[in-house]
Design a protein around this ligand. Structure first.
Ligand code: ASP
Ligand code: MG
Length: 603
């Protein structure tokens, strides 16, 4: 007998009629011979209403009492769901977060799950009951009620699926799956049949998500198959699992984030430990950093740009103002009229010219790029907010994301005649193997950041082009010329320059250094810029998940390097990788130090 977790979001339980409809779905699943755990959100916009009530009293309600208040929303739904199931003739029992033993840390409003005890649920399931669990809530060691952050019921659902070794976690919501981009902005966005955890993590962290991004971290960590589908239709939705939809497509989705603010610290002394101090201040204030672009330095100073969510911008500015003086940097600049357009796809690790195509699309639509940051499966460009929608459409079109990718030989095993079959065969093939490897020790500290590997790539050379004119088409042109030389580009960082000048740093395989020199000469002739080459750099990458949302990780990485007096030249950060360039003399020892630092976070 398999166990299925079904999660119903707020709109799917907004009325008693919809609660009955959800209850029927659960019963159908039991008739197919499965055990069912339902996880439910508060009805409709109930959480918002509760927040408004508190705000009528004060702008800053007490955090503990807010969790006490908000947790009531889910408690209403679980009881009604149990009543609905009994009315339909099925035995059911509802549990609050505390009753099923969802232990969290003490961070009210944003608590992280530490562990889950499954005994009580298993007993009820074995007695033939449908178990209904309140989403979004838990309890700390002192029995205070905590909540997991807005949208946290997804995380509850995936966590329960992991803890109970469920075959699948079905997320019933008001959309019918995960789309290539937001269909409200790009009407021909396409529903994906499936998407890999890594791709979904990158997309969800940009708010493109139908899903709470922490829930995907869980799903990946414990190999939970997640099926996102509509509660209003019978259509299959999108399966989030280990495999991408297509192995040949270079991208699976694009996203626009309009709630970003850029901060640039000019004239940062380029010495070991400075990046660490900068970012550890932000980490202490629990401000997640999004894009970071630190270019290579000149004359012993470097400019560091990064973006944060606009909600955190004022706080980040205060923190940075104090830090600028402390580290002896020149000044701080602040731009809250920016947006970020990103392209995501596992396929881009295997293909050349993907970045260049994206830059071209932006250029053809007259969009100027302020900043570029790349990770292995994501390319992000920071642009003016007013260009946001245009830029997203341009990128979506350029990669033909509206068209279903042609299946390649390696995709064949999962290509069925109907969409349903596709989902089924995919689910059958993967779940048991993946789920069997979870040990009980791993259930402890469930939501800790996970580090999978610390990679050292010694085949890297760095090229930096200084003082390029900052205007539309610049990046497109530079990477066109590089591509003509058939040179594979790895990391790309464009930082915010001074006086309308931009600097672009990228890395290439060392063997290409001579070739790139001649290409760079022609670029410099055309633009009147200058180039610098470094054939002695190596790239260190920490891979895992939750690297960005766990604010302390990047600063732990920088601290570890600075403690061994290693200077970091170029930085890139995403949800799943944090990469830096260091001198080759420090490569192996730095890798060793990072492995030691993160050994406790290994899965
Ligand atoms: N009710 C909570 C919220 O609205 C949790 C959730 O729906 O996932 O954020
Ligand atoms: Mg939700």
């Amino acid at each position: 007998m398999a166990l299925i977790v079904q999660k119903f979001g707020g709109t799917s339980v907004a009325t008693t009629e919809r609660i009955l409809a959800a209850a029927r779905r659960a019963i159908l699943e039991t008739r197919a011979g499965n055990q069912v755990v339902m996880v439910v959100s508060a009805m409709g916009k109930q959480t918002d209403s509760l927040i408004s009530l508190a705000k009528e009293l004060t702008e800053r309600p007490n955090a503990r009492e807010m969790d006490m208040l908000l947790s009531t929303g889910e408690q209403v739904t679980i009881a009604l769901m149990a009543i609905a199931l009994e009315k339909l003739g099925h035995e059911a029992v509802s549990f609050t977060g505390a009753q099923i033993g969802i232990k969290t840390d003490k961070t009210y409003n944003k608590a992280r799950i530490r562990s889950i005890s499954t005994d009580r649920m298993v007993k009820a399931l074995d007695a033939g009951k449908i178990v209904i669990a309140a989403g979004f809530q838990g309890v700390d060691d002192d029995f205070n009620i905590t909540t997991l952050g807005r949208g946290g019921s997804d995380t509850t659902a995936v966590a329960l699926a992991a803890a109970l070794k469920a075959e699948r976690c079905d997320i019933y919501t008001d959309v019918d799956g995960v789309y290539t981009t937001d269909p409200r902005i790009v009407p021909d966005a396409r529903r994906l049949n499936r998407i890999s955890y890594d791709e979904m993590l990158e997309l969800a962290s940009m708010g493109a998500g139908v899903m709470h991004s922490r829930s995907i971290e869980f799903a990946k960590k414990f190999g939970v198959l997640v099926h996102v589908r509509s509660s209003f239709t019978e259509n299959p939705g999108t399966v989030i699992g280990p495999e991408p939809e297509s192995r040949s497509a270079s991208a699976c989705g694009a996203a626009l984030a309009t709630d970003e603010t850029r901060l640039t610290v000019y004239g940062v002394p380029d010495q070991p430990g400075v990046a660490m101090r900068l970012f550890s201040k932000l980490a202490e204030a629990k401000i997640p950093i999004d894009m970071i672009a630190q270019n290579s330095s000149r004359d012993g100073r470097t400019d560091v740009s990064f973006t944060v969510q606009s909600d955190d911008a004022a706080k980040a500015r205060d923190v940075m103002m104090a830090t600028v003086e402390e580290i002896g940097a020149e000044r701080l600049e602040f731009d809250d009229k920016v947006a970020k357009v990103s392209l995501v796809g596992l396929g881009m690790t295997q293909q050349t010219g993907v970045a260049q195509r994206m830059f071209h699309a932006l250029f053809e639509h007259g969009v100027n790029i302020h900043m570029i940051a790349t990770s292995d499966i994501k390319i992000s460009a920071l642009i003016s907010r007013e260009d946001g929608v245009k830029a997203l459409r341009a990128v979506h079109d350029a990669f033909k994301l509206n068209e279903e990718p042609a299946a390649t030989a390696s995709d064949e095993s999962t290509t069925g005649s109907s969409a349903t079959k596709q989902v089924d065969s995919f689910l059958e093939g993967v779940s048991p193997r993946l789920l069997s490897h979870i040990t009980s020790a791993e259930m402890e500290e469930m939501e800790e950041v996970v580090v999978e590997a610390v990679d050292l790539d010694e085949d890297q050379a760095r090229v930096t082009l200084y003082n390029l004119p900052d205007r539309p088409g610049l990046a497109a042109d530079v990477f066109d010329k590089i591509a003509e030389g058939r040179i594979i580009v790895d990391m790309i960082v464009q930082s915010v320059g001074r006086e309308n000048l931009a600097n672009i740093t990228f890395t290439i395989p060392r063997a290409e250094l001579e070739a790139v020199k001649s290409v760079s000469t022609s670029i410099c002739d055309a633009y009147g810029c200058c180039a610098e080459f470094d054939g002695r750099v190596v790239k260190l990458t920490v891979r895992g998940s939750g690297l960005r949302s766990h604010t302390g990780l990047a600063s732990r990485m920088f601290r570890t390097l600075s403690e061994s007096n290693v200077n970091v030249s170029v930085i890139s950060l995403s949800e799943r990788c944090a990469g830096v360039l260091v001198d080759e003399a420090h490569g192996k020892t730095s890798q060793q130090k990072l492995v030691e630092e993160f050994s406790a976070n290994r899965i």
